[in-house]
Design a protein around this ligand. Structure first.
Ligand SMILES: [Zn+2]
Length: 376
């Protein structure tokens, strides 16, 4: 950079001569044009428009000129810089367009290529249906409770008021893991749980003080052969409510709400007297057939496959929790009452979707599960 001029002499300010400015401009334009890619252009940009580029340095010289020469020199440099910036922008646009086009070609995906991926799996309809049932109760404020599948005989039977010689404990119904024979009354064996009811006892013992509102979905085991209507491993969902002042009316209302949530508006339930050791009174519960709504009864012209033209579908068992069960679980039956019910998920899935053979649910054939959709 030259020292400030005291007396104006354009010859001394070499960098600001018109031909010199033109040369700098043309060099810049040539450099941009020669840039073959965006990297090269970035370098050319720094060299010709950066703070140490010839035009920037010349621009600084303007300050050293006497006032009468500043305007003309400023205009000259400004025009040159304008032309350089314009050329730079134009070249940048060209190179960017070329790059985009190249990326499109290089990264193109051929969507017509053969497809050989393994199809994504989905959850089994039993699992998704069991969760859907549990969700009905979670929406009412119930908590989901789970227990072990290998269960103490005490939880599976004794706590639930099964007497020691109750037939359900026999080898032909129950898988004993330990203590199958020579059972003494003071010794509790270990079984694969035969129902989800032991989770009730666990929930009461763990929580100690009611109110207790739990829903227990889970896998259970019985010594049945696998055939069209039986399987040694199946699923149940069990409900338990213990609070002050609960009655059969609460049980009935809860059942009606559940079947309406699962099968549609207006579906009703009915209770038929029955016996279970852990409830008193006990009942079998049926629901109105959600397909014919009872209209197939005595109407041979309109038979119903879902209910066998009976008008009702058997759902499962229920009742008021036996005070002996409350006592065994440390709950005062004078103060609290409760209701419980449970049913088999397989059975419900069968009549809800017209599944005729239970084996379809366990054999893992995707032709069975695929129509249920892809709930993940
Ligand atoms: Zn029907």
């Amino acid at each position: 950079m030259s020292a400030p001029n005291k007396s104006y002499d354009p010859v001394e300010v070499e960098a600001l001569k018109p031909e010199e400015i033109e040369r700098m401009r043309d060099e810049a334009l040539a450099a941009f044009e020669a840039a073959a890619d965006l990297d090269a252009l970035t370098h050319a940009k720094t060299a010709h428009t950066g703070p140490t580029s010839p035009l920037s340095l010349a621009n600084r010289e303007i300050g050293a000129l006497p006032p009468q020469a500043k305007a003309e020199a400023g205009k000259r440099v400004g025009m040159a810089r304008g032309a350089v910036n314009k050329a730079l922008a134009a070249r940048l646009a060209v190179l960017e367009a070329e790059r985009d086009e190249r990326v499109l070609v290089e990264e193109a995906v051929d969507v017509t290529l053969p497809y050989d991926r393994v199809p994504a799996g989905a959850r089994h309809p039993l699992t998704t249906f069991m969760e859907r049932v549990a969700d009905v109760f979670v929406a009412m404020g119930y908590e989901v409770a789970e227990g072990p599948e290998v269960e103490a005989e005490w939880f599976n039977f004794d706590a639930l008021n099964f007497v020691p010689d109750h037939p359900a404990r026999q080898m032909q119904d129950t898988f004993f893991v330990q203590g199958a024979d020579g059972k003494k009354t003071d010794e509790s064996g270990v079984v694969l749980r035969t129902h989800t009811s032991p989770v009730q006892a666990r929930a009461l013992l763990e929580r100690r003080e009611p109110p207790v509102y739990v829903v227990c979905p889970g896998r259970v085991y019985r010594t049945d052969e696998l055939d069209a209507t039986h399987t040694p491993v199946f699923h149940q969902i069990e409900l338990l409510a213990v609070d002050e002042g609960l009655t059969m009316a609460d049980l009935k209302g809860t059942l009606d709400h559940m079947v309406q949530a699962l099968f549609g508006e207006g579906v009703k339930t009915r209770l038929r007297p029955h016996y279970f050791p852990f409830t008193e009174p006990s009942a079998e519960m049926d629901m109105v057939c959600y397909v014919c709504r009872g209209e197939s009864v005595g109407n041979p012209d309109r038979p119903c496959r879902t209910c066998g033209s009976e008008g009702w579908i058997e759902l499962g068992g229920c009742g008021m929790v036996n005070p002996k069960v409350l006592t065994a679980c440390g709950v005062d039956p004078e103060k609290y009452s409760g209701f419980a019910f449970g049913f088999g998920i397989e059975r419900m899935l069968m009549f809800r979707h017209n599944v005729e053979d239970m084996r379809d649910m366990v054999e893992g054939d995707v032709r069975f599960t695929r129509p249920f959709g892809m709930e993940i």
